[in-house]
Design a binder for this molecule. Structure first.
Ligand code: ADP
Ligand code: 5GP
Length: 203
């Protein structure tokens, strides 16, 4: 399959545990060499199986703050007591390789990128929100993943309600996908990403 004609980065957001990672990992698997992750920096500890430089750049609070002072981030935010940020360098390097960059970021990061854009600078991206079929199912998935402490589950569920409310703001997201049946949601994501670019984006 030819790469997407709209090569702008795709920002994927949605509550923790909704299936963002599951969906874009399918995209990576089914379209090798087409996409890449923006590989954020975070101060949280790696989960079992997560590798430094692949899933995240795992870093200390001290180093994270130094990166903020150096203006190294496109956006950064606090989530569940940890810090997360997207480095300018990572997105620039991957875009230069001709890959469509996928950013998995929470709501404050989405707001920051859109505010910068409104002021005429920074990323021109497409925005997808992944919603759960219900809050109950979201909680089941988050717990079922088995990666979070009870305290972390509670923080993430509280924040999920805020993110779900924000997703109703008109004009923020280009596409909202309910991740109920995985393959149906995946197809919606793939179709959205591969839809023809608006005329101004075509090269
Ligand atoms: P996120 O990246 O949004 O935090 P994950 O991709 O880690 O979420 O998914 C959370 C859990 O939900 C995982 O255990 C995953 O296997 C499961 N999951 C994802 N999508 C679905 C789905 N459509 N139906 C059932 N379980 C799902
Ligand atoms: P997790 O700890 O489950 O990997 O991620 C927690 C939350 O942080 C998720 O909502 C994820 O989208 C968000 N996140 C991951 N990386 C970044 C980032 O670079 N910036 C922002 N703003 N959020 C991020």
């Amino acid at each position: 399959m030819a790469p997407p004609s709209d090569s702008r980065p795709v920002v994927i957001s949605g509550p923790s545990g909704v299936g963002k990672g599951t969906l874009y990992n399918l995209l990576f698997e089914r379209h090798p060499d087409t996409f890449c992750s923006s590989v954020s920096h975070t101060t949280r500890s790696p989960r079992e199986g997560e590798r430094d430089g692949v899933h995240y750049h795992f870093t200390t609070m001290e180093n994270f703050e130094r990166l903020i002072a150096d203006d190294a981030f496109i956006e950064h935010a606090k989530f569940g007591g940890n810090r997360y940020g997207t480095s300018k360098q990572t997105v620039a390097e991957q875009t230069a390789k001709g890959r469509v960059v996928i950013l998995d970021i929470e709501m404050e990061g989405v707001k920051q990128i859109q505010e910068q854009r409104a002021r005429g600078s920074s990323l021109d991206a497409r925005y997808v929100f992944i919603a759960p079929p219900s809050v109950e199912l979201l909680e089941q998935r988050l717990r079922g993943r088995g990666t979070e402490t009870e305290e972390s589950v509670q923080k993430r569920l509280t924040q999920a309600l805020v993110e779900l409310e924000y997703s109703k703001t008109p004009g923020v997201h280009d596409k909202i996908i309910v991740n109920d049946d995985l393959e149906t949601a995946y197809k919606e994501l793939e179709d959205f990403i591969y839809q023809p670019a608006p005329a101004a984006q075509q090269v």
